[in-house]
Design a protein around this ligand. Structure first.
Ligand SMILES: Cc1ncc(COP(=O)(O)O)c(C=O)c1O
Length: 455
């Protein structure tokens, strides 16, 4: 029995090291915490650690604890991937759903009704190519929405519809040219970073303070595109105050070849006070490329995004648009157009905002007496950040989250230069139902209570 316990602890730790849950050089849970957790003696845990040390996975540092050894990079597979995933698709699994996302509360009935209407009303629809910028009617609706909710004034000619943020970034790259260096916030959105790098563009990530990206650190670079998420920094959840927004704009006008991409990906969801007007609405010098998506506000499966181009890029756009056809099918565009025109979009946003707000308030209430957790980034958007106090042994917490498949993403994942000991976690509570949220909260509280016993 004793041997089996030691082996299962050993196997579990090895697995978490190999899949990158515990990255190289990170601290592992103490023997005492693990013994408590597995309900075994400290000696049993010590045996598991000794085996891992013998095999070279772990090193022990006197009076500090156990750490993941500095193993060669190729032995690690980032969370969520395995060797099998990379090459073989399971033929018995015919589901295309990669990540079950329930954040949308998608209005199926209305969408079905409008789809039928579009199909029966417009018999010629399939005979034509879509305008490269997207349907005029849909752009009119987007323009109206942006005016009312984001303070953005643009002509429909400045709006370009496309499929996925990758298509939008590719368009920006085509517009500015390949000499540009992209700058992104650190931490930031890994998918976009990868798109930029895969396109062969230079990318720098710049650290943030409590107001957002420290733009004054970006000097001497030329030409440059700065990507920011001012409404709700992804992932930290900070809202960029107007002072820093103006600093970014001031930075952009110092050089003709500087642009800002304002990525407004989840700005629709503001739970307290008024929506904060977009940076684009403050832009007097045509420097801001505004980017948004229906992935968060409606459905990630739709894959409909858009840009509002600054007037300074319109000539460049008209020169290339004939080779950049619109990547969103006409049918989806027509249905979305009807959806917006009949005001379902606003109604849908109001409905889900109430649901998400209730979920957020539930979590805040549950943690209100918990001094070891700080909640931030919850005023806007679809996720919040939980920061655990320095008294908490983070590696022990990680193990519990891993074992119980807790829906928290360590913020380390979003960094180019990972902090040594990350205490921040992204909680995408809007994609969980109420029971799942309650369970997650309970696991966290229990894990903290367990640790408190030894304070
Ligand atoms: C920062 C940021 N930008 C943009 C997007 C939207 O990406 P897409 O519309 O390609 O799903 C997301 C989605 O998570 C995001 O987090």
């Amino acid at each position: 029995m004793h041997k089996i316990k030691y082996l299962s602890i050993y196997n579990e730790l090895k697995k978490t090291i190999l899949d990158g849950t515990y990255p190289i050089q990170s601290k592992l849970p103490s023997k005492r915490i693990l013994a408590n957790f597995y309900n075994v003696s400290v000696m049993t845990v010590d045996n598991a650690y000794q085996q891992l040390i013998a095999e070279g996975y772990v090193i022990s540092m006197e009076r500090k604890g156990y750490y993941v050894n500095d193993l060669p990079e190729h032995r690690f597979f980032k969370q969520g991937t395995s060797i099998l995933d990379e090459h073989v698709e399971d033929e018995n699994n015919i589901s295309d759903i990669q990540f079950p996302i329930r954040l949308t509360y998608f209005p199926h009935h209305i969408w079905a009704k409008l789809s039928r209407k579009v199909l029966s009303d417009d018999l010629n629809m399939m005979d034509f190519q879509v305008n490269p910028q997207g349907l005029i009617g849909l752009r009119v609706e987007i323009k109206k929405y942006l005016e009312i909710y984001r303070g953005i004034h643009a002509s429909i000619d400045q709006i370009v519809i496309g499929s996925g943020s990758q298509a939008m970034m590719q368009l920006v790259i085509a517009l500015v040219g390949r000499d540009y260096t992209f700058i992104m916030e650190e931490p930031g959105f890994p998918r976009l970073k990868n798109i930029i790098r895969l396109s062969g563009m230079k990318l720098l990530t710049i650290e943030q303070d409590d107001q957002g990206i420290i733009i004054n650190k970006v000097t001497g670079l030329h030409p440059t595109v700065l990507h920011i998420t001012p409404s709700h920094q992804y992932p930290t959840g900070k809202v960029m105050p107007v002072g820093r927004r103006i600093e970014c704009l001031n930075w952009s006008i110092l050089d003709e070849h500087r642009y800002i991409i304002e990525d407004d990906y989840d700005s629709e969801f503001r739970y307290q006070g008024q929506p904060i007007p977009a940076v684009q609405s403050l832009d007097k010098s045509s420097k801001v490329i505004y980017m948004n998506t229906f992935s968060k506000s409606l459905s990630p499966a739709l894959k409909i995004n858009y840009l509002v181009l600054p007037k300074t890029l319109m000539n460049a756009y008209h020169n290339i648009k004939s080779v950049m056809p619109c990547s969103v099918p006409i049918f989806e565009q027509k249905v979305l157009l009807e959806f917006m025109k009949e005001q379902h979009f606003e109604r849908h946003l109001n409905k889900v905002k109430k649901i998400y707000r209730k979920k957020a308030l539930y979590i805040i209430d549950k943690f209100k007496n918990e001094k070891l957790i700080k909640i931030s980034g919850h005023e806007t958007g679809l996720h919040m950040i939980l920061t655990f106090d320095s008294k908490i042994e983070i590696s022990a917490l990680d193990l519990i989250f891993y074992q119980q498949s807790v829906h928290l993403q360590k913020l380390n994942y979003f960094y180019d230069n990972e902090p040594k000991e990350g205490r921040d976690y992204m909680f995408e509570y809007t994609s969980l139902d109420d029971d799942e949220i309650a369970k997650t909260v309970e696991i966290i509280i229990q894990a903290l209570n367990e640790q408190k016993k030894s304070f």
